[in-house]
Design a protein around this ligand. Structure first.
Ligand SMILES: *Cc1c(COP(=O)(O)O)cnc(C)c1O
Length: 423
């Protein structure tokens, strides 16, 4: 199974939207099919992937980790080396280039932690498009480093004050904007979910990850037995898995955020926890974390990027059919995996990706020495210093923050005034 059939993957997917959004979605689908059949568009995208994003990203043999664990050979797809630090740029760039081809001048996007907003803002800066990012007011406050980066790239960050003032409200606000401005504006959705055709579009732009792995493995005569990826909405995992779905001897393992435990409110596990239910939200049918009234449950994860209540419809279908195996990793296991790969390989996983890293550590030990697994490091961990430092070195971090605040409050000299005036 690759493309959807009329927007559905078995029972999941669809296009559950207000009437006003039907035409823009149909136009988007037609434009996407047209672009993907156009050599010129594909060549332009390849050139951007090579020169701006920095593709192909390396397929790295983790020799020391493999030796220590004593099982399967571990390879790491270093997707975090992509420009802007994670896989999200693959989709953001693809969609922005498509929007430009459609004659759109204005881009909107939703963002939770800010990673997708950041990637979209960078893509817009690169292609000369106007960019507005919808972000819940709560998230704007707690994700200032990403807000600052988006503004550097010239995007307008719109703080959403409705509802819980987090990601799901930002999605609603972005959809409202798109419904009001469908002719001038393209909505860049950030994961392989939402109404059709988004799950197909996002998978196609992210499948550059899996296609590269396949080619890199063939060139080096590596036979892959398992692929492991973390799963929030599901864009890095479905892009990694897509070219291997029909290769039945390759195990596909997706890892959800297990948070602090299996019960409702403790995690973001739609497939593996105790609270995942079938539902319809944000324009698509899939598995969501819902309460008894069908309302979205609060999710919990140490990694902001996995902290979403829904999962892409294709992955939900692949999970139910058994083709994709779903696992979860606890916050504590993800933190251990960050340390393990940092100390032993000099590679700093993002907390999201470290959920896949944690599962790779377990799986490698169960598999034979003559077998091979590839784990996707969807992002690098530099961005997580505000989360990892308070865990690993709380006192030093507190001291640092106190002294930074004092320094800023005290400084009134000419250089600081200049810095402020520069805005
Ligand atoms: C956003 C994010 C994820 C989760 O999103 P998917 O759509 O499931 O890929 C994973 N890793 C990183 C580094 C992210 O920024």
């Amino acid at each position: 199974m690759t493309d959807s059939t009329d927007g559905f993957f078995d029972n999941y997917g669809g296009k559950y939207v207000a009437e006003v959004l039907r035409r823009p979605l149909d136009e988007l689908e037609a434009a996407f099919r047209d672009a993907m059949a156009d050599r010129k568009f594909l060549d332009e995208l390849s050139e951007i992937q090579r020169d701006y994003i920095g593709r192909p990203t390396p397929l790295y043999f983790a020799r020391t980790a493999t030796q220590i664990l004593g099982g399967a050979k571990i390879y790491i797809k270093l997707e975090g080396l992509a420009n802007t630090g994670a896989h999200k740029i693959n989709n953001a760039m693809g969609q922005c280039l498509l929007a430009k081809r459609m004659g759109k001048k204005r881009i909107i996007a939703e963002t939770g932690a800010g990673q997708h907003g950041l990637a979209t803002a960078a893509a817009c800066a690169n292609l000369g498009l106007e960019c507005t990012v919808y972000m819940g007011e709560v998230d704007v406050r707690r994700q200032q480093p990403n807000v600052a980066a988006m503004e550097f790239y010239g995007a307008k960050v719109h703080a959403v004050t409705s509802g819980s003032r987090t990601l799901k409200d930002a999605v609603n606000e972005a959809m409202r904007d798109w419904a009001a401005n469908p002719d001038s504006t393209h909505y860049v959705l950030g994961s392989a979910l939402g109404p059709a055709p988004y799950p197909d579009i996002v998978r196609e732009f992210q499948s550059v990850i899996g296609n590269e792995v396949k080619k890199q493995a063939q060139e080096r005569e590596i036979k892959i037995d398992a692929l492991v990826a973390c799963c929030g909405g599901g864009s890095n995992s479905i892009g990694f898995f897509a070219p291997f779905i029909n290769e039945k001897d390759v195990r596909l393992v997706a890892v959800e955020a297990g948070g602090i435990g299996p019960d409702a409110g403790q995690n973001a596990s739609r497939m593996t926890g105790n609270a995942g239910k079938v539902g319809i939200m944000h324009g698509y049918k899939s598995r969501f974390l819902l309460d008894d009234d069908g309302q979205a449950l609060a999710t919990r994860s140490i990694s902001a990027g996995l902290d979403y209540c829904g999962i892409g419809p294709q992955l939900a279908a692949l999970g139910e059919s058994g083709r994709v195996e779903f696992k979860s990793a606890l916050d504590s296991e993800a933190l251990d995996a960050v340390q393990f790969f940092a100390k032993n390989e000099g590679i700093l996983f993002a907390l999201e990706s470290a959920h896949a890293g944690a599962q790779a550590i377990k799986l490698a030990k169960e598999m034979g020495k003559n077998q091979t697994l590839v784990v996707n490091m969807s992002g690098r961990g530099d961005k997580d210093v505000f989360i990892t430092s308070p865990v690993f070195r709380k006192d030093e971090w507190l001291g640092f923050l106190h002294s930074e605040i004092q320094r800023l409050e005290k400084s009134t000299d000419i250089h600081d005034a200049d810095l402020m005036g520069a805005r």
